[in-house]
Design a protein around this ligand. Structure first.
Ligand code: SF4
Ligand code: SF4
Length: 145
C-alpha cells in the first residue's frame, strides 16, 4: 500500500474561509507553530537567494535572513498549504510572540496571490535537514517533505 497519499487529497472549497498569514517581521523562527499543526500544513523552509528569486510569485514568496550560525547566508520562509488548512488556529495560539507572528486571513486572498504555487514550489526545494540539528524543535521540521 502506498503511503502519504493524503497529500493528493486537496480540499476545494477550502474547509475554512480563513487561514494563517505569516507576519515575518515579528517571527523569531522558533517553529513552534509547525510542531503543533495537526495536518503539517505550515512548514519552514531554508532557501537560497536564487531559489527565493525564482519562486513563481516572488512578491508573495517572502523570505528573511535565516537565524542561527548553521544557516549563515541562507534565507528562511514559512509556507502554508492553502488547500490543506482547516483553520483550526492552533498555530496562531502556539506562537509565543506578542504581537503574534501569525494572524488569520481570507484564504481567497492567498489563492489569488500565488499561495498554492508558492507551497508547491517550496515542497520542490531540496531537503536541508543536515544544516541544523534535526533532534531540535527548530531543526526537525526544516524542508521536510
Ligand atoms: S490553522 Fe490549523 S491546520 Fe491551518 S496551519 Fe494552523 S494549525 Fe495547521
Ligand atoms: S511560532 Fe510564531 S515566531 Fe515561531 S516560527 Fe511560528 S510564526 Fe514564527
Amino acid at each position: 500500500m502506498q503511503s502519504g497519499t493524503t497529500r493528493y487529497e486537496k480540499r476545494r472549497p477550502n474547509p475554512s474561509a480563513l487561514i494563517p498569514k505569516w507576519n515575518y517581521t515579528a517571527c523569531t523562527q522558533c517553529n513552534q507553530c509547525v510542531a503543533v499543526c495537526p495536518h503539517a500544513v505550515i512548514r519552514p523552509f531554508i532557501v537560497t537567494r536564487d531559489e527565493a528569486d525564482n519562486a513563481p510569485s516572488p512578491s508573495t514568496f517572502v523570505t528573511v535572513k535565516a537565524q542561527g550560525a548553521e544557516l549563515a547566508g541562507k534565507r528562511y520562509t514559512l509556507q502554508i498549504s492553502p488547500l490543506d488548512c482547516t483553520g483550526c488556529t492552533a498555530c496562531v495560539e502556539a506562537c509565543p510572540e506578542a504581537p503574534k507572528a501569525l494572524e488569520m486571513q481570507d484564504v481567497e486572498n492567498v489563492l489569488s496571490t500565488g499561495g498554492e504555487d508558492n507551497w508547491t514550489y517550496a515542497m520542490s526545494l531540496p531537503e536541508r535537514g543536515t544544516l541544523i540539528d534535526k533532534y531540535t524543535l527548530k531543526g526537525g521540521s526544516m524542508n521536510i517533505k
